[in-house]
Design a protein around this ligand. Structure first.
Ligand SMILES: *Cc1c(COP(=O)(O)O)cnc(C)c1O
Length: 399
């Protein structure tokens, strides 16, 4: 009898350990994605339904209405939470909807510190939607912790960072910023879109909330728009959940399913993006028509040391300044055959982007120039095509 109980206990502990120490690649494929209880379907089904039948009033299987919850979305929420090493995941209909839900926990008069260099859409959200309702923002340089320290006010509730930044790939020290913010009782939010949890886990570095545009690497196939919030604190989770339920910016079951399918290969894709990107960056550095290359994997990058400390890879985005301006950039874009001139990033396909007039058009021109989004800046989202084809394409377009 005792032996039997002991055996059961050992089996239980082994199972528990397997769940706890499951590796990233395995979690991406299995967490939240057990075989369907009703049918045995191995792959999570697309529960394309708005509502769920109840046995009697308020007696149901955990789902009532798909704005509030849907099983396909739950699978994605759980998988993303586990990849970021967080307790809770919440999926949204876009990265900006996810960001908006986080900002919605603030109240008029609350103060937020944000970097000068950030995704253009976040800047527009701040300027057009949040500042008009009296949420206060200070734009500062996060590479200088002294400047950051001086930016805190008694009303500072949140510190918002993006690292690496879009499009200049600046690196901010998540651990140091989190420690400083905690001292000032402010929450730290990290937009982890560029690095993905495969290369960087902000919650383990002290951040409170991670936000994603799942449109990018997480889905990885340029065929959906989506966002996600991942966090550990139950009270905060409940606040953001209430925003999600009240505002309703949720992804469809089909988009949730596509994202879930995409995320299964996140690890292999990120490894290849990273490998290709470093070769593209090294190649660009040697080109006579290239003025400057931005890639955190280059030893010359000012954030290289911090990137090495907090990331396990550098990602797939490489930006560079071409010699000249818009005309030269346009010639380059027209000559490209594999790289497509398009917004967005993080898909398996290589894309080229003219940040000043595409992703960062929301910034006023003077500010754009001040932060370094100049008229000759080109951002490449290096895909996972064969590296030789990518280098040939870039070489042709640059000469
Ligand atoms: C694209 C992007 C967003 C916005 O996400 P959407 O899915 O387009 O709403 C936010 N942050 C970063 C870093 C991005 O690249």
């Amino acid at each position: 009898m005792l032996f039997f109980i002991l055996l059961q206990f050992i089996i239980f502990v082994k199972l528990l350990l397997a769940i706890i120490i499951m590796q990233f690649e395995t979690k991406a494929i299995w967490v939240g994605q057990a075989a369907d209880k009703a049918t045995g379907a191995t792959i999570v089904p697309i529960y394309q339904t708005s509502t769920f039948t109840q046995e009697e009033v308020n007696k149901h299987k955990g789902y009532e209405y798909s704005r509030v919850g849907n099983p396909t979305r739950t699978a994605l929420d759980e998988c993303l939470a586990s990849l970021e090493e967080g307790k809770y995941g919440l999926s949204f209909s876009s990265g900006l909807a996810a960001e908006h839900a986080i900002f919605s926990i603030l109240r008029p008069g609350d103060h937020v510190i944000v970097p000068e260099d950030m995704y253009g859409g976040t800047y527009r959200l701040i300027k057009e939607i949040l500042e008009p309702v009296n949420i206060k923002f200070t734009f500062t340089d996060f590479t200088d912790l002294k400047t950051l320290e001086q930016s805190f006010l008694p009303s500072t509730k949140m510190v918002w960072i993006e690292t690496p930044t879009n499009p200049l790939l600046k690196i901010f020290d998540i651990e140091a910023i989190s420690a400083l913010s905690r001292k000032n009782s402010a929450l730290v939010v990290v937009d982890n879109t560029f690095a993905t949890p495969y290369f960087q886990k902000p919650l383990l570095l002290g951040a409170d909330i991670v936000v994603h545009s799942t449109t990018k690497y997480i889905n990885g196939h340029s065929d959906i728009i989506g966002g996600a919030v991942i966090l550990n604190d139950t009270l905060l989770y409940e606040k953001i959940l209430l925003v999600q339920k009240s505002v309703g910016a949720v992804p469809s079951p089909f988009d949730s399913w596509l994202t879930l399918r995409g995320v299964k290969t996140l690890a292999v894709r990120m490894r290849q993006h990273d490998q290709n990107a470093i070769k593209v960056a090294q190649f660009l550095e040697k080109q006579p028509n290239v003025e400057k290359v931005f890639f955190p994997g280059l030893e010359t990058h000012p954030g290289h040391k911090i990137a090495k400390k907090q990331m396990t890879g550098f990602g797939g985005i490489v930006s560079f300044r071409i010699k000249g301006g818009l005309a030269e950039a346009n010639t380059f874009f027209k000559k490209l055959k594999v790289f497509q001139l398009a917004d967005s990033l993080g898909g398996v396909e290589s894309l080229a982007n003219y940040s000043a007039l595409m992703t960062h058009e929301a910034f006023p021109p003077e500010l754009r120039t001040k932060i370094g989004v100049t008229d000759n800046l080109i951002r490449l989202s290096v895909g996972i095509e064969h590296i030789d084809d990518l280098l040939t394409d870039l070489n042709n377009a640059l000469t």
